[in-house]
Design a protein around this ligand. Structure first.
Ligand code: GLN
Length: 494
């Protein structure tokens, strides 16, 4: 059962030589073999390469010489992880879950992956996801949907559904996902694990297949808050290959003097309700989140430091525009970014054996419906005559959403909301209802538009055993506060 370990436990066990990295990696590979045929969380598994990397890690830990690589055990030495397939990995196939890149093998690692591998982690494989991150259920993958490990008839969420499912089902120790408008947090909540969307500009996006460049982020999906902070600490920081990265990036878990937790009332009432085309919040989700809020209230003080906790009712009136704004801005930027995938570059023609093969990997055949839809919506919204009415207007409303958050953060340290209005839904349930699928992002879109850090932590399960996630949103670059609150909920608010 080594595959069940957290990063912290795996690191300690490897250090004390209670087990080897090869044993740990084998345990994960065995779990993948047993479960992946049902869950479909992986597009590629690199068994041989992973075992080679694990062997090297063991040599390093035991101090056996093996050339230049000999050194000290690092934070992630010998710990197996997996990566969303929309993130580039050197010499390892990276498809973005679209057939147009079916045979694409990048010659470089994304910066965050480079940093993780430099810490000695073992790359197990690449995770299924909605193609290029477009979706909230993982049903927009051209490699089939990911099933939820807690109930195989339900979706795992999206778009980083394969990564969340792999972490939840102990097929790996941790994973790396991408979040443009909820793709780390929502699948983390559906699968019952921890997922952080970092502040915009905190982690380098170099090597992430771009979706909407003014929103894209990359972050960890883990079994505990502690693990999430460990990985974030490793991948954070400026990168000359991503001009949006910032210098200020303190992320250690700190203890605040007092903690003022804002609960935005709109998340519990109107948005997501019939006026916006949704069915409102699921009763069981509401109860579980409210229970956590009550428990925080009961705590009154932070246990370790006896500091005051206050719960404050706040309002974010502009949040109701988040979905319409998001679904103008994101397809617009998508349509521009996806222009590079023309069916000619990225290995397609070079590897194609015949003309049919080229056609099969063309834009017509190589993109799923949702990708084509976004290219068309975005091209329309950006075209002459419509740009002012759509893209520019959406950007203006985005500023109002940002101002809304700035205002509440004058009075509270963090915000607490549900991650999703409902637990995992059925496979095929929303697949053909595009607007219902877009509305699944109703609680995760606003923080993304504002570039804020937000984490999803498990908040319990429904009667039928489906996990529910709680979201904590913090001010920009205040990941420390987000982690601090998340830890309180994880450790004490039961
Ligand atoms: N559901 C969102 C969308 O389809 C999530 C995207 C993301 O975060 N990558 O746009």
């Amino acid at each position: 059962m080594l595959n069940r370990l957290t990063i912290q436990q795996a690191h300690d066990g490897l250090k004390k030589k209670e087990f080897s990295s090869v044993e740990l990696t084998r345990a994960c590979l065995k779990r993948i073999k047993e479960r992946n045929k049902d869950i479909n969380a992986f597009i590629s598994v690199f068994e041989k390469e992973a075992l080679d990397e694990a062997k090297k890690a063991d040599e390093l830990i035991s101090g056996k010489p093996f050339g230049k690589a000999q050194g000290k055990q690092k934070a992630l030495t010998g710990i197996p992880f997996c990566v969303k397939d929309a993130i580039n990995t050197k010499d390892r196939r990276s498809t973005g879950a679209a057939k147009i890149l079916d045979n694409y093998v990048p010659p470089f690692d994304a910066t965050v992956i480079k940093k993780i591998r430099e810490q000695g982690a073992v790359l197990l494989g690449k995770n299924n996801c909605d193609a290029f991150g477009h979706g909230a259920s993982n049903e927009n993958s051209m490699y089939g949907p990911v099933k939820n490990p807690h109930d195989l008839t339900k979706v795992a969420g999206g778009s980083s559904g394969g990564t969340a499912a792999a972490v939840a089902d102990d097929m790996c120790v941790f994973g790396i996902g991408e979040d443009t408008g909820g793709s780390i947090r929502q699948p983390a909540s559906f699968c019952g694990v921890v997922g952080l969307r970092p502040s915009y500009g905190r982690n380098s996006r170099y090597g992430i297949m771009p979706m909407a460049s003014s929103l894209d982020t990359v972050g960890p999906i883990t079994k505990t808050v502690e693990d999430c902070a460990i990985v974030e600490e490793i991948i954070v920081g400026p990168d000359e290959l991503d001009a949006t990265t910032v210098q200020n990036h303190k992320s250690k878990i700190i203890n605040q003097k007092s903690l003022r937790v804002g609960v935005p009332r709109e998340y519990f009432s109107a948005i997501g309700g019939p006026a916006f085309g949704g069915n409102g919040m699921d009763g069981e989700v509401k109860k579980l989140i409210e229970r956590k809020i009550e428990r925080l209230k009961d705590l009154k003080t932070c246990p370790e430091r006896s500091r005051r906790i206050t719960i404050v009712d706040v309002s974010l009136p502009m949040t109701k525009y988040a979905i319409p704004v998001y679904y103008i801005i994101v397809p617009s930027e998508d349509s521009s970014n996806l222009g590079r995938l023309d069916g000619i570059r990225y290995g397609v023609r070079a590897e194609a054996e015949n003309l049919y093969d080229v056609y099969a990997k063309s834009r017509a055949q190589g993109f799923p419906e949702e990708v084509k839809r976004r290219i068309m919506i975005g091209t329309y919204a950006l075209s002459a005559g419509y740009y002012d009415a759509y893209y520019r207007k959406a950007q203006k409303v985005r500023t109002l959403i940002i101002q809304d958050f700035n205002q509440v953060f004058n009075n509270v340290d963090v915000l607490l909301t549900p991650t999703s209005p409902f637990p995992a839904f059925g496979i095929e349930e929303k697949k053909n209802d595009v607007l219902a699928m877009y509305l699944a992002d109703v609680f995760v879109g606003a923080a993304a538009l504002a570039g804020l850090p937000a984490i999803s932590v498990p908040a319990g399960k429904t009667k039928s055993g489906l996990p529910v996630g709680l979201q904590i949103i913090g001010p920009r670059l205040k990941e420390n506060l987000v982690f601090h609150t998340a830890k309180l909920i994880e450790n004490y608010a039961h």
